[in-house]
Design a protein around this ligand. Structure first.
Ligand SMILES: Cc1cc2nc3c(=O)[nH]c(=O)nc-3n(C[C@H](O)[C@H](O)[C@H](O)COP(=O)(O)OP(=O)(O)OC[C@H]3O[C@@H](n4cnc5c(N)ncnc54)[C@H](O)[C@@H]3O)c2cc1C
Length: 482
């Protein structure tokens, strides 16, 4: 099958970011334009987050705030009502419903675009290689088909997690040890009464605890992380932040992680004195977080990551109240333990195949603790470390110098139009990026409320450049004819 065209736009990736950007473009592109969408998944919109098969994996934002389009925040909640699915705008519904919603929006957007005369090419597999052509880009899919495009938008999502060290002799390849929680077989079940160790205590670990319990796992589950912080719960009745609470404006020019922390704590005290909640303060920080992050020096960002990140993550990336209650019940029953420290060793238990003796080194200098478990799962979350990327497309773009990482390995660098910066810090013409690796520059960039804005901005930049290029071509044609 022939695909692409000299003036085509190609979108690579069909998770939330790819779908949201494609929907924006399908609305705006003129009749006759070609849009190619390349994805590795059968259903657009699933991605890592919403492709889960577990109904108890809930969205961590109330449904009333999760429309794909920034100008229609309530779109998802309305769709749920139209579909007759239970739950209101303040509820935390199953994550897989987001994939259903995005799939439905995709089908509608596609039908409308085709009716308008847009050529939308779908059903293309993943992109294997991308190279500059004489004009535009040469694209090669994973099945070897070559296509052309004038502009390419990368929405390739998360990088696999970095597996922490297992100590001397430890090997993540051994059976029962899972370096990437999203690469377990669907029917994975450790022996039902066995211990399980999850490395990390954030939302990925919460997913695993919930999934294990849903599958009838009865054995003890241990979490280990450097601070032992679990995500805090959302309020049962989620509320908007208090109007007038404007921490970002008050943090002032002399921003430093320690002074900012003191200021945030003071606001929390004030809020609580007024019968409000620390979540109001966190929520009112959200929109301004990228500006705060960009004002921090590299040294201060490093300090923030070293000392404050576990607290930031556990207060900012909260879990649905229903999940919190399940975890609390498990903790109260002594079936779930959160350890503060690090994993120091994993060794097979002699004479007990399938059993591992894990050594945890507590943070406070207390003696090491050993546990016997049947499985260890790395739940430290997706990585943003471009230099480790093994994926052929990203590795090749990195090696061609077309993508560059930030100094802290949180993601990749782009300009204000979402064009990646090359190894010399120059924006790459006709290439765009939307997705969680924007964290490098924005810190707050990985969830739907932020990504839908980035998708809208990237689509606008791409269309503006396209219009400019067309105007230039027309002017050249007129000159040539004169
Ligand atoms: C487990 C988890 C739960 C989350 N829950 C929430 C939540 O409840 N609420 C919220 O707001 N945010 C949540 N997030 C944040 C999440 O990052 C975003 O909401 C969003 O899903 C990111 O979408 P994405 O399209 O950028 O990345 P992804 O979802 O990772 O999608 C990227 C897609 O690109 C494809 N791809 C990769 N390489 C290629 C290639 N070479 N060619 C073609 N296709 C390619 C991948 O197969 C994948 O389908 C969650 C994240 C995770 C990891």
């Amino acid at each position: 099958m022939q695909w692409g065209a000299e003036d085509a736009i190609a979108i690579v990736g069909t998770g939330f970011s790819g779908v949201a950007t494609a929907l924006q473009l399908m609305r705006e592109l003129p009749a006759g334009a070609t849009l190619c969408v390349l994805g590795q998944e059968a259903q657009p919109g699933r991605g890592l987050a919403y492709g889960t098969g577990c109904d108890s994996h809930l969205l961590n934002v109330p449904s009333g705030r999760l429309g794909w389009d920034p100008v229609d925040e309530g779109g998802f909640a309305r769709w749920l009502v139209a579909e007759g699915r239970p739950g209101g705008a303040a509820d935390f519904v199953p994550r897989r419903w987001m994939a259903d919603y995005l799939g439905a929006m995709w089908a509608q957007g596609l039908a409308a675009a085709r009716t308008r005369g847009l050529r939308v090419q779908t059903g293309l597999p993943g992109l294997h290689a991308l190279q500059r052509a004489h004009q535009g880009w040469r694209l090669e899919t994973t099945d070897g088909r070559v296509g052309r495009a004038a502009q390419v938008l990368l929405a390739t999502g998360h990088l696999p997690p970095r597996a922490p060290s297992l100590g001397p002799g430890g090997d993540w390849e051994a059976p029962g040890l899972w370096p990437d929680p999203w690469r377990r077989p669907d029917d994975w079940r450790p022996p039902v009464d066995a211990g399980v160790l999850l490395v990390g205590s954030g939302l990925t670990a919460v997913d695993l605890v919930i999934e294990l319990r849903d599958r009838g796992h009865r054995g003890p589950i241990h979490l280990v992380s450097r601070r032992g912080c679990l995500p805090q719960p959302h309020r049962v009745a989620e509320a908007r932040p208090r109007p007038g609470l404007q921490p970002v404006a008050h943090l002032g020019a002399a921003l430093h992680p320690r002074s900012a922390l003191a200021a945030v704590r003071a606001w929390v005290r004030d809020a609580e004195a007024e019968g409000l909640d620390w979540r109001d303060v966190m929520a009112s920080l959200r929109a301004g977080t990228p500006r705060l992050w960009q004002r921090l020096s590299l040294r201060d960002r490093r300090q923030f990551l070293r000392h404050l990140q576990p607290w930031w993550d556990s207060h900012r990336h909260r879990m649905a109240p229903a999940l919190w209650q399940r975890l609390e019940a498990d903790r109260a029953a002594g079936r779930l333990t959160a350890w503060t420290g690090r994993l120091a060793g994993v060794q097979p238990v002699p004479g007990e195949p399938g059993q591992w003796q894990v050594t945890l080194q507590p943070r406070d200098g207390r003696p090491a603790q050993t546990l016997s478990v049947a499985a260890v799962v790395n739940c430290t979350g997706p990585s943003g470390r471009l230099r480790d990327a093994q994926d052929p497309l990203l590795a090749s773009l990195r090696d061609q110098g077309l993508l560059s990482a930030d100094a802290l390995d949180l993601g990749l660098l782009v300009d204000a139009e979402h064009r990646p910066l090359d190894c010399c810090g120059v924006a790459v013409e006709d290439l765009y990026y939307v997705g969680p690796m924007l964290k490098a520059q924005h810190w707050e960039a990985i969830a739907i409320p932020e990504l839908r804005l980035h998708a809208q901005q990237a689509a606008r930049s791409l269309l503006a450049r396209r219009a400019e290029a067309q105007a230039e071509r027309q002017a050249e044609a007129l000159d040539a004819a004169a």
